[in-house]
Design a protein around this ligand. Structure first.
Ligand code: NAD
Length: 373
């Protein structure tokens, strides 16, 4: 099998999830390349070495510029805080390396556009890691929508709840700093739900939102209080170009909820509901069902005929959150081999970022903001 040399930047949460995906993918899918874990990049040499040893990365770099400049790297995988996405991706694209970039794609739509332009100019394959598109139940929802099973979509409602900031003593991290993240809960969580909405419903027309920082200062590791500049919660409503309406709640203050992502689509012929905490299931209601037993049915998305499942286990043997990244890498490698665009790509990342920016703008102006076409 042909090999593809991967260089990863970022060694923590997403660095681990993506490393696992490169290792697992050739064992389960018939991929065109065997990923070679060539080099890992992080800022702290000691934890970087431990990370590389643990996952089998062959070498390390402590500056991403050096990693991107290496001739023995074909693909750069960006798993760092958001402020670094644009410079790393643009540099990698200019060197002709394929780029898989974590979400949100960038700090703002202008940066995202620069990334898209650089990727298009160099002809690389590019992808944004909106991994929830690759949950089999979401991919099935997409198929059912395309088959017209729920008819004309009227509503897309999304809630994304976490509770890790409820404690005011929770320490300050990069996610509290608008200069490093671009935004807080919004870029982190609404980025996913906006992408799912674009995937399943279509393009946004206009948005109107509100954002809040509930705890204004948090202690740093040395006990100093630092100002929180990134939103703790963002709520917004939207109009889509096709006439559907949307609502989106993202908060890190949803006491008791850990990573509760739930979307609901109501259409003229039926409805679909997905809940990440029960990610192997898809609720489906059809108006064409008849009789007293009409109601939401719970489809267990573990049959061979369901998206991605053929590569895994017999029916009913559920898969997990990490599999979404394995599916993402599988599709990315296929796109590279076939020289075909893979979605969600930097265009999708840019369009998503335009929506995120418009919500932030509307929360300041307290007015509806249209999305540039
Ligand atoms: N797809 C998802 O479900 C998902 C989930 C969580 C985070 N994310 C995204 O992944 C990205 C990383 O988030 P995370 O949770 O892994 O954060 P993290 O804080 O766990 O890890 C960030 C890593 O980036 C490294 N880093 C930062 N600046 C760097 C630089 N200049 N050079 C080298 N390394 C640098 C840090 O040292 C650390 O290893 C973010 O964009 C985030 O929004 C996506």
């Amino acid at each position: 099998m042909r090999e593809i040399n991967v260089g990863i930047v970022g060694t923590k949460f997403m660095g681990r999830a993506h490393s696992n995906a490169y290792i697992d993918v050739p064992h389960f899918f018939d991929v065109p390349f065997k990923p070679v874990l060539k080099a890992a990049c992080g800022r702290d040499a000691e934890s970087l070495k431990a990370f590389a040893r643990n996952f089998g990365w062959q070498s390390t770099e402590t500056a991403w510029e050096k990693l991107v400049a290496r001739d023995d790297i074909d693909l750069i995988d960006i798993c760092t805080s958001n402020v670094t996405h644009m410079p790393i991706a643009v540099a990698a694209a200019k060197k002709g390396k394929h780029v898989l970039c974590e979400k949100p794609i960038a700090m703002n739509a202008d940066e995202a556009r620069r990334m898209l332009d650089a990727a298009q100019e160099s002809g690389i394959t590019h992808m944004v890691a909106f991994n929830y598109r690759r949950a089999p139940a979401i991919a099935l929802a997409k198929q059912l929508i395309e088959q017209g099973k729920i008819g004309t979509i009227r509503h897309f409602n999304a809630v994304y709840y976490q509770d890790w900031l409820v404690d005011p003593g929770f320490p300050y991290v990069w996610r509290h700093d608008v200069k490093e993240g671009g935004s807080g809960a919004h870029g982190d969580m609404s980025a996913h739900t906006v992408d799912l909405a674009r995937y399943l419903v279509g393009e946004f027309e206009a948005v109107n939102g509100v954002q809040e920082i509930f705890v204004k200062e948090r202690p740093s590791t040395d006990g100093k209080m630092l100002p929180v500049t990134a939103d703790d919660a963002t709520y917004f409503i939207s109009r889509f170009q096709n006439g559907a309406l949307g609502s989106f709640l993202s908060t890190r203050f949803a006491t008791g909820r850990k990573n509760y992502l739930r979307i609901e689509l109501f259409g003229s012929e039926g409805a679909l509901v997905f809940n990440l905490e029960r990610m192997n299931e898809l609720e489906y209601y059809s108006r064409t069902d008849e009789g007293l037993a009409q109601g939401f049915r719970n489809v267990i998305v573990t049959e061979n005929k369901h998206p991605y499942i053929n590569a895994w286990w017999p029916p009913g043997h559920i898969i997990g959150w990490e599999h979404t990244f394995i599916h993402e890498v599988k599709d990315f490698l296929q796109g590279i081999a076939e020289k075909k665009p893979v979605t969600p790509d930097f265009f999708d990342g840019w369009r998503c970022q335009q929506v995120l920016d418009a919500v932030t703008e509307s929360s300041v102006s307290q007015k509806w903001v249209s999305i540039a076409v």
